[in-house]
Design a protein around this ligand. Structure first.
Ligand code: UGA
Length: 460
């Protein structure tokens, strides 16, 4: 049996009525996936436009495979979306909580306003026994608060049970990560809840991934720890990049060499402009803020460095761009390849690419940004930059190119062809994803973060 991004071959023998509260990235994919494996699903969101769009089989964001999954799920008649809390409360035997937990303005802590509002609105309408399952990434201790609120506010009282089931999906692979996760982690307070979730996930579990049963506190911490570890791994290799820059060593070769050790592993050792997005940066900060509240701030003090190393890489990219321009930025033409925080996504939250572009714009460069999917989002949040969809148009007359999001189409560019369009053949590979030799052979001065400069081909 295979379950992948486009096909699901088994469906549940015990369909449940499931609601998914909050249909952003996580919720929309979860709702479609649960319907795909045979459950009857009602997705809830407060955003009227989003609900209307989802009901027509479209998503407000770009995620490979999601529109197909959504359309397929809608066609079964087992999935629909609503803005009514009443309908949601009445429909569900199991309610998945998937609302966002962004970073608070003016603080590092997670903002739990959406968690609080969803629970405090829903709970007074819960009149029949049901299981609420938290999936949002939260500071440890939130689940216990949610459980107590449910018991306090729901007419069904302690017949409303709570479980926590953190989600590890990556943008760009969200469908695959949901239908074929590498593990399922559930935090429960009773064997009954474990059995209920085991049955609910049976078609996915049948593929044989680890089923990890823990308590509520551990379940919340697993997610915090996973993202903190991934961020640490990226910043570790970026710290090595700083060492490489100071010594003439090559961070890519170094990552390959240490990555052969199975205890270390090569994944997430891709040096460059660092991590961004709606998860790693804010989760890292939220985790530190929570440790502080718990009186164990020293335990996570190293994450401050992880964050600092990450932000330093953006500044380093700006410095290399200035070097490539011979020190004079004012009036220089810079083309930035990539706006999304990573390829196969239109998400520009905390995007290193846009940060670098903005810094250079602010010191007087003419910055043109191109991206296959993220330009509408980028334009909305950073209206001061110039955006051009067509990559060839975007690079025209550039004095320097900055490759900051490693979309496939940028890796496939022909350096000779692109070279004929620019004013000067200068490029910074901020993701260590281009074939440096190829660009150098086409006469480019190619620089990369954490790698020795190859210089111009004729200078060799
Ligand atoms: C991350 C986690 O990988 C997921 O497991 C988690 O579920 C998700 O956050 C979440 O909390 O919802 P995501 O934000 O989609 O997923 O992106 P990642 O693939 O983790 O990449 C994060 C950033 O790190 C990107 O900007 C990427 O370019 C950068 N990165 C990644 C590197 O700079 N180097 C690497 O080696 C890997």
């Amino acid at each position: 049996m295979t379950v992948d991004a486009t096909t699901t071959t088994t469906t549940t023998t015990n369909p449940r009525n499931i609601t998914v509260i909050g249909c952003g990235y996580l919720g929309a994919v979860h709702a479609a996936a649960m319907a795909d494996i045979g459950h009857n699903v009602l997705g809830f969101d407060v955003d009227v436009d989003k609900v209307a769009l989802l009901n027509t089989g479209h998503t407000p964001f770009y995620e490979p495979g999601l529109d197909e999954l959504l359309e397929r799920a809608l066609a079964t008649g087992r999935l629909r979306f609503t803005t009514s809390y009443e309908e949601t409360a009445t429909f569900g035997d199991v309610h998945f909580l998937c609302v966002g937990t962004p970073q608070q303005k003016g603080s590092h802590a997670a903002d739990l306003v959406y968690v609080r509002s969803a629970i405090q609105t829903l709970a007074p309408m819960l009149t029949k026994p049901s299981l609420v399952v938290g999936k949002s990434t939260v500071p440890v201790g939130t689940a216990e608060w949610v459980r107590d609120e449910l018991h306090r506010l729901a007419p069904a009282g302690e017949d409303i049970r709570l479980a926590w089931n953190p989600e590890f999906l990556r943008e760009g692979f969200a469908v695959q990560d949901t239908l074929r996760p590498d593990r399922l982690v559930i935090g429960v307070e009773s064997q009954r809840d474990e059995a209920e979730l085991a049955d609910l996930y049976a078609p996915i579990r049948a593929q044989g991934m680890p089923w990890v049963v823990v308590d509520l506190a551990t379940a919340q911490l697993v997610k915090n720890a996973a993202n903190a570890f991934l961020a640490t791994k990226i910043s570790f290799i970026n710290a090595m990049a700083e060492l490489c820059e100071a010594t003439g060593a090559d961070v890519v070769a170094l990552a390959d060499a240490i990555g052969h050790d199975a205890r270390i592993g090569r994944r997430f050792l891709q040096a460059g402009v660092g991590f961004g997005g709606g998860c790693l940066p804010k989760d890292l900060r939220g985790f530190m803020a929570r440790a502080d509240e718990l009186g164990v701030d020293q335990a996570l003090a190293f994450l401050r460095d992880v964050d600092d190393i990450n932000m330093r890489r953006r500044r380093r990219a700006v410095d290399v761009a200035i070097e490539l321009l011979g020190g004079s930025v004012n009036g220089a033409n810079i083309a930035v390849l990539g706006a999304a925080f990573k390829p196969d996504s239109d998400d520009i939250r905390d995007s290193p690419a846009l940060d670098v572009a903005t810094s250079l714009h602010d010191i007087g460069a003419n910055v043109v940004v191109t991206d296959p999917k993220a330009l509408d989002n980028a334009r909305r949040t950073r209206p001061g930059l110039t955006y051009i969809e067509d990559v060839r148009e975007a690079v025209a007359n550039a004095d320097v190119l900055l490759h900051l999001t490693e979309w496939r189409e940028y890796r496939d560019l022909d350096p000779a062809e692109i070279g004929s369009l620019v004013s000067h053949r200068n490029i910074l590979d901020g993701r260590n994803a281009l074939d440096a030799k190829l660009w150098q052979d086409a006469g480019w001065d190619i620089r990369a973060l954490g790698r020795p400069s190859l210089g111009h081909s004729h200078a060799q």
